[in-house]
Design a protein around this ligand. Structure first.
Ligand SMILES: *Cc1c(COP(=O)(O)O)cnc(C)c1O
Length: 384
């Protein structure tokens, strides 16, 4: 048998004006932190997300850290974070010297469990003027909903709970560019939202991030903090401890070119996910995340659960089809094992044992998708 060509999990598609814009940076020497593409890319993302303001950052983790800081989270305070997320959500809280408080996921849509969260707030926490006092005394002032894999939970209910308990909402919408709930884009439900343009994300600059918000003052402060807190362009006067969290012009140029073709990207990713769902939904014990009626996910990374996840993963990998398990839940990581984990059972642990992500690149061909589907279908026929 001939060696099959590898199918990657999720790789960026370089198309549109990317070459022209990058060449322009190189030709003019504007490759670093000044240059026109940063502003243009910020405007493009603001428009895509329907957000009045956007601030580019070096990556999504930095965007989250600064969003939390300008939202008013102080060192030593707690932030509710889903236990089932990529480690950067929790790390951003830690980088601010705040404390993540993990909340379990719900079984159907894999997002933060709002029944559990409401019960915890109502019966275990003491409401304060700002935030709540959690059991053990930690004062928690914010909640970070993560739109896991581009899906969105009952975000209206989460925001209503946050308002009731005076928690600030900072959205980790890093995986959800283009996802909508009730025709409103991910990233603009909370006080601030964040995006990531890391290599595997739906829009990629190689590395990069963005903060979006409706609040002009918060956007200005985020820009200030991410650009070394310099007060005048020509003088080295800085009025607080800032960060060098800028996105450079070359990467913003790549981002702008991708933002220009993003509606096509969304269409493609959604079509791939749609094809997988209709071909695989009744195969073996495969279950996809449930999508709420008002939600239209971006189709970033197709993922499903099966009790046979490990053998299926090994089988796909031996056929050079790149697949991944879900993230190890935060409570199982050594640096977070001693933090509070709000739960009834351990749905995140169960999802971790069962979830597998399959190739979802925008340039996945029909033939490649067919090969993935055939391999999975065969696997379950053999397993039965
Ligand atoms: C990608 C990602 C981030 C962080 O983005 P980087 O750009 O890699 O720093 C944060 N949270 C989640 C859920 C992510 O998937």
């Amino acid at each position: 048998m001939t060696d099959p060509t590898p199918i990657p999990l999720s790789v960026p598609t370089i198309e549109g004006n990317a070459w022209e814009y990058v060449k322009q940076c190189l030709d003019t020497g504007w490759i670093s932190s000044a240059g026109k593409y940063v502003g243009d890319f910020e405007s493009a993302i603001a428009e895509l997300a329907g957000a009045p303001h956007a601030v580019a950052t070096v990556n999504g983790t930095a965007a989250l850290q600064i969003a939390l800081q300008v939202a008013g989270v102080l060192p030593g305070e707690g932030v509710f974070v889903p236990n089932l997320t990529f480690v950067a959500s929790a790390n951003a809280v830690s980088h601010l010297h705040a404390v993540p408080v993990f909340v379990d996921a719900e079984r159907d849509g894999w997002q933060l469990d709002l029944d559990l969260f409401e019960d915890h707030l109502a019966n275990k926490c003491e409401p304060l003027e700002r935030g709540v006092r959690a059991p053990g005394g930690l004062i928690v002032t914010a909640v970070m909903p993560v739109h896991v894999l581009g899906n969105i939970g009952d975000i209206k209910r989460l925001c209503a709970l946050a308002e009731q308990y005076r928690l600030t909402v900072v959205e980790d919408s890093t995986e959800a560019l283009g996802s909508t709930s009730g025709n409103q884009s991910a990233g603009i439900f909370g006080r601030l939202g964040t995006f990531s343009f890391n290599g595997n994300k739906i829009l990629s600059t190689g590395g990069g991030g963005m903060i979006v918000t409706a609040d002009e003052a918060l956007a200005k402060r985020a820009k200030h903090l991410t650009t070394t807190a310099k007060t005048q362009a020509a003088e080295y006067f800085h009025d607080e401890v800032g960060y060098n969290y800028r996105l450079v012009n070359v990467l913003a140029a790549i981002g702008l070119s991708q933002a220009e073709v993003f509606s096509k990207t969304l269409q493609t990713r959604r079509a791939i996910e749609g094809r997988y769902r209709s071909a695989l939904s009744s195969v073996g014990d495969i279950k996809f995340a449930q999508v709420r009626a008002e939600v239209n996910p971006n189709g970033w990374l197709t993922t499903f659960t099966t009790e046979h996840m490990r053998p299926l993963l090994a089988s796909l990998q031996s056929a050079k089809i790149e697949c991944r398990p879900m993230w190890v839940p935060m409570n199982q990581l050594p640096m977070y094992a001693d933090k509070t984990y709000v739960r009834n059972s351990d749905v995140s642990g169960e999802l971790y044992r069962q979830c597998i992500s399959i190739p979802s690149s925008g340039n996945l061909t029909d033939e490649q998708a067919g090969r993935v589907i055939a391999h999975i279908t065969d696997f379950f026929e053999r397993a039965a």
